[in-house]
Design a protein around this ligand. Structure first.
Ligand SMILES: Cc1ncc(COP(=O)(O)O)c(C=O)c1O
Length: 467
């Protein structure tokens, strides 16, 4: 009889064939570096609610939810029916529809502090325009960003994002700007000043030295790119005060946290009024909706003084999806359901890990959380390096094989959607986690390593988060 922890194997015939076909045309066989998992690249057939099925028919509880956007569940009939009805009137006019106005009105209503907003085509597009508006408004060029935070794929965002070797980030007292990949011009990279999340002393010293050059600081209010590391109590309040003291704008990048941590996003959750906010993901339940907005005085730099546009900005499909999704988030207890479901999953995981006596931290918010094997509460990206992420990675690989799909990289949080509340999903996730955790520990006890310990290896899960 096979041992209890033996790993079931996934069917891969059709996907293996698709991988070979796709790699002939698409670099890495995918449309995003983050999805290129080598021989283990997943090719998807369909999703419904909190479940997905790959081309070979393997079923998984989805814990990636497209890196966060699918907040209600896959193929949600309420959103899809509305989008369907609207799209039959034509999708792309480069003219403005009522859906766009309605979506941005609802965004302003839900956030409470955003006075004017515009739709963008992606989170990347939103943060890029937010930075430009900040530079235009202040007449300054530099932007401060925190190490390990991800703000999308434009050149100004790809600095000090997520090296595996954190020593590449330079001395902790004097971090260096590390461009992620080639092709980012040095003069562009030089406009971004890296800082360490949760480190107010360093921020104050930086502002005192270079405050007059700095237009804005952009922050993922919760470090979504490292398991959702939370701000220390009072961090956001102190940073808000510091930015006001130096005339520096505060950009909350709410692409992951927006309409998830609360109806008003992380700004509401932490009680902060930023100057600019960027949104995407949850606002469209997976349709490519995005926006940036902020104080009226700042946003009124548009249209005369700052460039913003895009053939697809505010296209019918995105605008309709945002209208419907935001209304559901406003009018139903979806966020309460998600929080309660996340808490139930967390409680189950705690029981499983506690029984083995290992040190760990559950990071983030119940709607997007991580598990870090460490004694210390992490406070910044550099702390991830000191966690037992090999163990986490082995568990994630084991979970895939058993029918639940968290991101196979220890930096990406699990995302909970409304549909996870139904049926046996919570129990299933916990029992799949338990089996994978026990198998990884057994493998370590047997071989001294968890790498490949009886689990099918996943390919180079190249630093996820982006989509
Ligand atoms: C905080 C944050 N900002 C920006 C982005 C970029 O968004 P998009 O992938 O829609 O370009 C992401 C994507 O993961 C994100 O998490």
């Amino acid at each position: 009889m096979a041992p209890e922890s033996a790993t079931p194997s996934l069917k891969r015939e059709i996907q293996g064939e698709m991988y070979r076909r796709a790699t002939r045309t698409l670099p890495g066989g995918t449309d995003s570096n983050f999805r290129a998992w080598g021989e283990d690249t997943v090719y998807i057939d369909r999703g419904k609610g909190g479940r997905i099925w790959d081309l070979d028919g393997n079923e998984y509880v989805d814990l990636r939810m497209g890196y966060g956007p699918v907040i209600l569940g896959h193929a949600d009939d309420r959103v899809d029916d509305y989008v369907n009805e609207r799209m039959r009137r034509g999708v792309s006019f480069s003219l403005t529809s009522e859906d766009e106005v309605r979506a941005m009105e609802t965004l302003c209503e839900l956030t409470g502090w955003v006075e004017m907003a515009r739709m963008a085509t992606s989170g990347t597009d939103a943060t890029m325009h937010a930075m430009r508006v900040a530079r235009a408004y202040t007449g300054r060029d530099k932007i401060v960003k925190f190490e390990g935070q991800y703000h999308g794929m434009h050149d100004y965002a790809l600095i000090s994002v997520l090296p595996n070797d954190v020593s590449d980030l330079g001395n902790a007292d004097n971090p260096v700007g590390l461009a992620w990949g080639r092709g980012i011009p040095a003069p562009v990279a030089d406009t971004i000043i890296p800082a360490r999340y949760n480190n107010l002393d360093q921020l104050r010293r930086l502002f005192e030295r270079r405050g007059e050059e700095i237009a804005a600081i952009i922050v993922e209010p919760v470090l979504g790119n490292a398991q959702g590391i939370m701000p220390k109590p009072g961090f956001h309040q102190a940073m808000r005060a510091l930015t006001e003291e130096f005339g520096i704008l505060l950009i909350f990048d709410e692409v992951k946290t927006g309409f998830r941590l609360g109806r008003g996003g992380a700004a509401e959750f932490f009680g902060i009024r930023p100057d600019i906010g960027t949104y995407a993901k949850a606002m469209g339940n997976g349709y490519p909706a995005a926006a940036f907005g902020g104080r009226r005085e700042i946003m009124e730099m548009l249209p005369k003084k700052v460039s913003h546009g895009g053939t697809y900005a505010g296209n019918r499909i995105a605008a309709a999806a945002a209208t419907k999704t935001l209304e559901i988030i406003r009018d139903t207890p979806v966020l309460e359901t998600i929080k309660a479901t996340g808490e139930m999953i967390q409680a189950g995981l705690r029981q499983v890990i506690d029984a083995k006596g290992l040190a760990y931290q559950i990071t983030g918010h119940p709607s997007m959380f991580g598990i870090m094997f460490t004694e210390h509460v992490p406070s910044e990206y550099r702390d991830w390096a000191n966690t037992d992420h090999e163990l986490y990675d082995a568990i994630a690989v084991g979970m895939h094989a058993r029918g639940a799909m968290p991101e196979p990289d220890s930096r990406e949080p699990w995302f909970v959607c409304e549909a996870h509340a139904g049926g046996d999903t919570v129990d299933r996730v916990v029992s799949i986690f338990a089996d994978s955790f026990h198998a990884a520990l057994e493998a370590r006890a047997r071989t001294g390593t968890v790498a490949g310990g009886g689990e099918p290896a996943l390919g180079a899960a190249a630093s996820p988060a982006g989509g």
